[in-house]
Design a protein around this ligand. Structure first.
Ligand code: OGA
Ligand code: NI
Length: 338
């Protein structure tokens, strides 16, 4: 199969060079220019000096390990609900059905969204609701750590979104509006790759090839290599490059909603994770606008010669479809529920 050679060893050592955006840089024009270049080129860049301390990042990773180290039966008590909150077991997610011959991704995860109490009218919306939290004392301090990270990561995302707005010739606060990131759908997802060796020729991946769904994703990883990007999804064979982790930096990538907004001027790039036999932890923070936000071609990204390539779509409608396409039906877990 063509897949075999295209994903084979010849690409294993290629490491990508990505632009680095320093959020503390007072020269905003320089940041805009670096970011714009990255977004036009491959849709991936690093963000440093983002304001989240290394000490706190270490705490979030430590708490993530504490959770994943619980016995499986404890974790299954925290199984994700229909609002996409909670624990997702290994093989729950199938990101690339064409190339993943096995049943799914070799990773377990934990989703934490914006906390909305059950009795709040907003809890009727598909991506709002209460989170699933481990019972008090099971992992001490866990909820506080994760809520604090959720909050701080949103501020980083908003700061990045301001640079993106400028790079798209929009008002700096374009994404700060209430229907945008004023009331976002934002999901923190802890990930644990268990140390499987991936084998693309057999369709075994830590995470199958995909692009993320929303505006942007912030990704923090430990120092185990694994993430790969493909700059040109139509190239044959596809060329995959590793993205090296940088201590303290977020790897930021653009999602499909931004590709739609920008009429494909900015790319959402295909990426995947290969396991090399080592355990690996990563923390992704997916940023989407409000439920009812209409994602439609930006005024600065269309012209008579370049009409919108996509029809407008409601954020929640788009997101629901994408989740449905890539996750197991919850009913498959009925036997596990305790
Ligand atoms: C994702 C993702 C990469 C990683 O969760 O969407 O691409 O390194 N994760 O875990
Ligand atoms: Ni991703």
């Amino acid at each position: 199969m063509e897949n075999h050679s295209q994903n084979g060893t010849e690409a294993l050592l290629k490491v990508s060079t990505l632009n680095c955006i320093d959020l503390s840089n007072p020269d905003i024009h320089q940041s805009v220019s670096l970011l714009k270049q990255a977004c036009l080129d491959c849709g991936f860049f690093y963000v440093i000096n983002h304001g989240i301390s290394q000490e706190f990042m270490d705490e979030v990773f430590a708490q993530s390990k504490n959770l994943f180290h619980l016995p499986l039966n404890e974790k299954m008590k925290l199984l994700r609900n229909e609002k996409h909150r909670g624990y997702t077991p290994v093989l729950d997610e199938l990101l690339d059905p064409d190339n993943q011959v096995h049943v799914g991704d070799y990773k377990e995860g934990y989703y934490i969204g914006v906390e909305v109490p059950e009795d709040d009218p907003d809890a009727e919306k598909p991506f709002y609701g209460p989170n699933v939290w481990p019972e008090d004392g099971v992992v001490p301090g866990w909820r506080q750590t994760m809520e604090k990270f959720h909050h701080e990561a949103l501020e980083v995302a908003k700061a990045v979104a301001r640079v993106i707005a400028l790079a798209l010739d929009l008002e700096v606060d374009f994404f700060d509006k209430p229907e945008m990131l004023g009331k976002p759908i934002a999901t923190l997802r802890l990930l644990h790759y268990e140390g499987q060796v991936s084998d693309p020729s057999k369709g075994i991946y830590g995470a199958g090839a995909h692009s993320d769904y929303g505006l942007i994703t912030l990704l923090a990883t430990d120092d185990v290599m694994g993430l790969q990007i493909c700059r040109d999804k139509d190239a044959k064979p596809q060329i995959w490059e590793y993205v090296a982790p940088i201590k303290g930096a977020f790897i930021v990538n653009l999602g499909d909603m931004l590709e739609r907004w920008s009429n494909c001027i900015f790319k959402s790039t295909l990426h995947r994770v290969l396991g090399n036999g080592q355990e690996r932890y990563s923390i992704a923070y997916f940023v989407e606008p409000s439920h009812d936000c209409l994602v439609e071609c930006l005024p600065t990204c269309k012209s008579e010669d370049n009409p919108p390539k996509f029809p407008p779509i409601r954020c929640a409608t788009y997101l629901s479809q994408r989740y449905k396409d890539t996750h197991a039906e919850l009913s498959v877990y009925n036997n596990h529920q305790t």
